[in-house]
Design a binder for this molecule. Structure first.
Ligand SMILES: [Zn+2]
Length: 322
């Protein structure tokens, strides 16, 4: 069994380091803002701080204009972070080192499956994770060489049958078995971009993050990340997965939900930063009524207990609440 010895957030001998990790594929939305707020409040209520990481791993989806907008938005809401922002696009060497370390443990193998192959093998039901069936795990060297002539492989890591326990600060204890929950997962894509799971683990350790607060949609990534931390000898982190904002039909907020975009809240409704922070804090139960509050006031007064065992929050247009 993988160790469950997590960093104890009540242990004040170790400063709490949270993080904001936006992907510059668009402007941040209400869900991102909410997880940044909770990360910030959690860290600061324990006397710690946050770091910033721009998750621009994917060169096709990351745009400089979105990076600029992320900085403007974080400033406007009053977020502060320690040190310089880290850009994943500049961290390839560190990911390669981790990749080589895993490879030297004989845990990696090339996977030549196309998306169509994977879907033919298993069509996941909506909301279910895809579980890789290990198709390429036992290819011979000759078979690998043959397939490599026509297709660049992705690299997967072999997982074990061990139980991994994630004791989440908001969502409680979750038990996983990677063979059943994800199967062997990708650490480097066929276009040679390192996978999110590997990059995040390497970067959290590099930035000394010990408190990972993010949306509950990433809870199922936690056991894969814990597994990589263990193999790479990196410190474990505390996980705190916050509820997701859903629209009134129960769907995840997306681009179609214009009433949850910052441009609507700021430009159309004319709300101030403190009004927006207060509205999100009120919707999520961190404060009792909608008032205008700054981040430093939230650190003093907000209660994060309301987020415990909550998986979703319904987003309502603030103009219908006023
Ligand atoms: Zn494969």
């Amino acid at each position: 069994m993988v160790s469950t010895n997590v960093h104890n957030p009540n242990d004040l001998s170790q400063p709490v380091v949270g993080r904001f990790a936006p992907s510059p594929s668009g402007r941040i939305h209400v869900g991102n803002l909410f997880s940044f707020m909770v990360a910030y409040i959690r860290a600061h209520q324990k006397g710690g701080s946050c770091v910033l990481r721009i998750e621009d791993l994917d060169p096709d989806r990351s745009k400089q204009c979105h990076i600029d907008q992320i900085f403007r938005d974080l400033d406007w809401f009053g977020f502060e972070w320690s040190g310089e922002a880290v850009y994943q696009s500049e961290r390839t060497e560190a990911y390669q080192e981790a990749f080589d370390a895993l490879d030297s443990m004989d845990l990696l193998y090339p996977c030549f499956c196309t998306r169509a192959d994977l879907h033919a093998a298993q069509a996941p039901h909506p909301g279910e994770e895809f579980v890789y069936q290990g198709t390429c795990r036992h290819l011979s060297h000759d078979e690998q060489a043959e397939k490599a002539r026509v297709r660049n492989p992705a690299y997967r890591i072999c997982v074990t049958n061990d139980e991994i326990v994630i004791d989440d600060a908001f969502q409680g204890e979750h038990h996983y078995n990677l063979q059943g929950s994800s199967g062997d997962f990708i650490v480097r894509r066929c276009d040679k971009t390192f996978a999110y799971q590997l990059a995040v683990v390497v970067d959290d350790a590099y930035q000394q993050v010990n408190d990972v607060c993010r949306g509950i949609d990433l809870l199922s990534s936690a056991p894969r990340q814990r597994y990589l931390q263990e193999l790479l000898g990196l410190p474990e982190v505390t996980y705190a997965h916050v509820p997701l904002f859903l629209d009134e039909e129960g769907r995840r907020l997306s681009k179609r939900n214009n009433d949850a975009t910052l441009s609507y809240l700021i430009d159309s409704l004319g709300l101030t930063a403190c009004q927006i922070l207060g509205y999100i804090a009120y919707c999520s139960g961190m404060i009792d009524s909608w008032e205008s509050v700054s981040l430093s006031e939230l650190i003093q007064f907000a209660s994060l207990d309301a987020l415990t065992n909550t998986t979703s929050i319904v987003w309502k247009d603030p103009s219908s609440v006023k």
